[in-house]
Design a protein around this ligand. Structure first.
Ligand code: F6P
Length: 546
């Protein structure tokens, strides 16, 4: 696969970018009454309106040409067919198999993985049903009331985000998530829990992750403090991992372990048994709805032509700003409080996947790769960082997400939420001209001198790009579609930049150094460090305030 810069489309896009120096979306909307129809796409109840982007028909044509020239479709087909596209780890990338709702086999090394996938799903169902109906009893005979998932990164963010999003479907089990090695996270979570009715899920693909193992040990000690019987552990601790030996060594009966496979990346694993907390919280039928939603998006991504393919279009638009408009960041703004952890989830998905400095062949990427992603639910974000998006000097493309229908309409507040949702993308697109500001200020009775001083502060440049994703209601199926949409978007961008989206070597160095520093904090001989690190270690050893 070539570097994208070697394609004819890339060179033509540079020209296209120059043309945009004199274009404004406000005028393009005024000129083209069909702009919304031209630049929007519907997949069942999910609408992507991408008309408020800095594109015209020829821009899109060139972006689609880039997708063709960089071989996006070939890599997509290789992923779905189980080829080891995760080159640096020699692995297939098959989270799509986990939600394959068809009878199609999915082959890895000549073997269909679907029977194993279905078997784990069946075990999850049996277990979730038992716990949710109270048939699974704790050591004292009490049913389970609280589930605590102990995991981090992909073994935490997806299930935590989904449980929050799917609260309306939650049953009688409360779900908690402990990820941070900061002991306060575990302590605060356990504070109000009863060990006799608490179930721990130790979730770690590798079962080597320091934070998870330490928290799991501490949770076990907390539990045994009350249960006083090692045999009780089996009723209160289950594991999700690829490593049955490590699970056993930790003291969890492998009969209480749910497996996954090395072809499931951590940040793509919520569809596997890593999703067990979701299944326990909302029930297996809803969990399967989540899988079905992702499958809808997989089928769309796999079969729709590039020009009508949501993940492809979103990826191309992202690349357009990242590489031709020098956008360094990207905001995801759900107008849905229950999606408040969605941006955090996407941070790992996007930044761990696209935060790469070399291409698939190991040569440096010559262009800017993945942006920094951030976001908060609207309307909260409006009162915090939107100022910069509207009037700052940086271009920050945004995705706005909202449901037509709320699960709770109280006091007409959903309509207020939606009016804000619409107003923001309109304001970002239109802006406010100097003439408009002047008219407004004059009408308020302000004098000429004052107007002159205030005017530049009140002008909005507009022409700031946004996507709008509108769905009927935040159901399990919708959430599945949304997550898979962003997964595939990230995939396409990896193909465009020619980076491997499925490794994460960048997290290793810090882990290595932390291992070396830990004994030094406890009084061991200081290692070779820079002066700053040495001084900080000395401060901490002395117990002084930093
Ligand atoms: O450190 C990063 C990472 O490897 C993530 O990619 C992963 O999701 C997380 O750690 C947790 O890993 P595990 O599930 O193996 O504990």
């Amino acid at each position: 696969m070539p570097s994208p810069t070697q394609t004819a489309a890339w060179q033509a896009l540079k020209e296209e970018r120059r043309a945009w120096n004199t274009l404004h979306l406000r005028e393009l909307f005024a000129k083209d009454k069909k702009r919304f129809e031209r630049f929007s796409l519907q997949l069942d109840d999910l609408l992507l309106d991408y008309s408020k982007n800095l594109i015209r028909p020829q821009t899109l044509k060139l972006l689609l040409k880039l997708a063709q020239e960089t071989g996006v479709e070939t890599l997509r087909d290789a992923m779905f067919s189980g080829e080891p596209i995760n080159l640096t780890e020699g692995r297939a990338v098959l989270h799509t198999a986990l939600r394959n709702r068809s009878e199609r086999p999915v082959m890895v090394d000549g073997q269909d993985v679907m029977p194993e996938v279905r078997e784990v799903l069946a075990r999850m169902r049996a277990f979730a049903d038992k716990v949710r109906t109270g048939k699974w009893k704790g050591y004292s005979g009490k049913p389970i009331s609280d589930v605590v998932n102990i995991g981090i990164g992909g073994s935490d963010l997806g299930p935590a985000m989904a449980c929050l999003a799917l609260k309306p479907y939650g049953g009688n089990i409360r779900a908690h998530f402990v990820s941070n090695v900061d002991p306060s996270h575990l302590v605060d979570t356990l504070e109000d829990l009863d060990p006799a009715s608490t179930l721990f899920i130790v979730a770690s693909k590798t079962f080597t992750t320091q934070e998870t193992l330490l928290n799991a040990q501490a949770a076990r000690a907390w539990f045994l403090d009350s249960a006083k019987d090692e045999k009780a552990v089996a009723k209160h601790f289950v594991a999700v991992s690829t490593h049955s030996e490590a699970v056993k060594a930790f003291g969890i009966d492998p009969a209480n372990m749910f497996g996954l496979w090395d072809w499931v990346g951590g940040r793509y694993s919520l569809w596997s048994a890593i999703g067990l907390p979701i299944a326990l919280y909302v029930g297996m039928d809803e969990f399967e709805e989540l899988l079905a939603g992702a499958y809808d998006m997989d089928e769309h991504f796999r079969t729709a032509p590039l020009a009508e393919n949501m993940p492809v279009l979103m990826a191309l638009l992202g690349l357009w700003y990242n590489n031709f408009w020098d956008a360094q960041s990207y905001a995801v703004l759900p107008y849905e409080q229950r999606l408040s952890r969605f941006p955090a989830y996407l941070q790992q998905l996007d930044m761990e996947s696209s935060g790469k400095g070399v291409m698939r062949d190991g040569k440096p990427v010559k262009v800017s790769s993945g942006p920094a992603l951030f976001g908060e639910p609207g309307t909260n974000g409006q009162h915090a960082f939107y100022q910069l998006i509207h009037q700052g000097t940086k271009l920050i493309p945004c995705d706005f997400l909202a449901a037509v229908e709320s699960h709770n309409d109280v006091n007409n507040q959903h309509a207020v939420l939606l009016s804000n949702f619409l107003a923001q993308s309109e304001a970002l697109m239109r802006g406010k001209t100097a003439a408009e500001v002047e008219t407004e200020l004059a009408a308020s009775g302000m004098g000429r001198k004052e107007i002159k001083a205030l005017l530049p502060h009140k002008v909005f440049p507009g022409n700031r790009p946004t996507n709008t994703l509108l769905y009927r209601k935040l159901t399990s199926r919708t959430l599945g579609r949304l997550i898979a949409l962003y997964e595939h978007k990230v995939f396409v961008q990896g193909a465009l930049w020619n980076v491997n989206s499925y490794d994460q070597w960048g997290v290793e160095l810090g882990k290595q150094l932390a291992r070396a520093i830990l004994p030094e904090l406890a009084g061991g001989k200081p290692g070779k460090h820079d002066a700053s690190t040495l001084a900080l270690i000395a401060r901490l050893r002395a117990g002084e305030e930093a």
